[in-house]
Design a protein around this ligand. Structure first.
Ligand code: NDP
Length: 255
């Protein structure tokens, strides 16, 4: 039986990390040919090796999503290798501890930390769409999934620039959905709750008990549980879904 992404080509940014890697493996299981992009070359290569070992097809791309020329080149590489870009999962992101803002309230963030957070988590997503959309228009359609967050829906203490960026990602997602519906391009977002990856280790160490008390399932999510939503949104089974933001959060947003 063929998978629900059979024959599709897909670009995954942040593909060397938790959610991106799990999604790469789920995409490969469903028959997609992959380009795994990440800042961290070794991490991207490890994901590619895992995909290939599972019988899939993947190539490695490296570079910073905050650099327009790099992102343009990434998209060009996918098209050169696979002929088209059917699915894009714009997922690369960083957390506060990666810009020295761990535990800091709004007024305590350094200017450079704020800029880098917005640069990666918001502008990076926009740059990906900026370079993916022309290819999708030219080939007659495509699907984009952006990684939002529950931080795109509510405020979270000591995460001000992260929250601002993720609210922005949802705004970009909805706007692009409107603008490109006529081009047969669907644009959606997934909003994970607290997921077991490198990104959350610092926060969970500091505030894990409090966060789990606010999560109806009382546990963190697994990257694979986000991957399943991204697979579905990227597949033709979600053919009438655009401009939507799907929470995968163990009930966090229902409280
Ligand atoms: P990881 O840190 O495991 O993965 C993120 C990946 O993105 C890393 O491999 C990282 O590389 C890469 N990356 C970071 N900055 C850049 C950049 N400028 N250009 C290219 N790649 C970059 O974290 P997650 O898997 O948890 O995060 C994936 C996405 O999910 C992020 O957008 C995050 O905000 C979002 N998210 C995560 C949640 C969670 O609970 N884990 C909850 C809600 C949303 P490197 O290792 O070199 O930094």
């Amino acid at each position: 039986m063929s998978g629900i992404l059979e024959g599709k080509s897909a670009l995954i940014t942040g593909g060397g990390g938790g959610i991106g890697r799990a999604t790469a493996l789920a995409f490969a299981r469903e028959g997609a040919r992959l380009a795994i992009a990440d800042f961290n070359e070794q991490a991207a290569q490890e994901t590619v090796a895992l995909v290939n070992a599972a019988g899939g097809q993947a190539m490695t791309l490296t570079g910073d999503v905050t650099d327009s020329a790099t992102v343009k080149a990434m998209v060009a590489s996918v098209v050169a290798a696979y002929g088209r870009l059917d699915c894009a999962f714009n997922n690369a992101g960083i957390a506060g501890f990666q810009v020295d803002a761990s535990g800091k309230r709004t007024h305590e963030w350094a200017d450079e930390s704020f800029d880098r957070m917005i640069g990666v988590n918001l502008k990076g997503v926009w740059l990906c769409m900026k370079h993916e959309l022309p290819q999708m228009i030219a080939q007659g359609g495509g699907v984009i999934v952006n990684t939002g967050s529950i931080a795109g829906l509510v405020g979270l203490r000591t995460s001000s620039a992260y929250v601002a960026a993720k609210h922005g990602v949802l705004g970009l997602t909805k706007t692009a959905a409107l603008e490109y519906a006529g081009d047969n391009i669907r644009v959606n977002a997934v909003c994970p709750g607290y997921i077991e990856t490198n990104m959350t280790a610092d926060t969970m160490r500091r505030r894990g008990a409090e966060i789990m008390a606010s999560t109806p399932f009382g546990r963190m999510g697994k990257p694979e549980e986000i991957a399943e939503m991204v697979v579905w949104l990227s597949s033709d089974r979600a053919s009438y879904v655009t401009g939507a933001c799907y929470n995968v959060d163990g009930g966090y947003m229902a409280v």
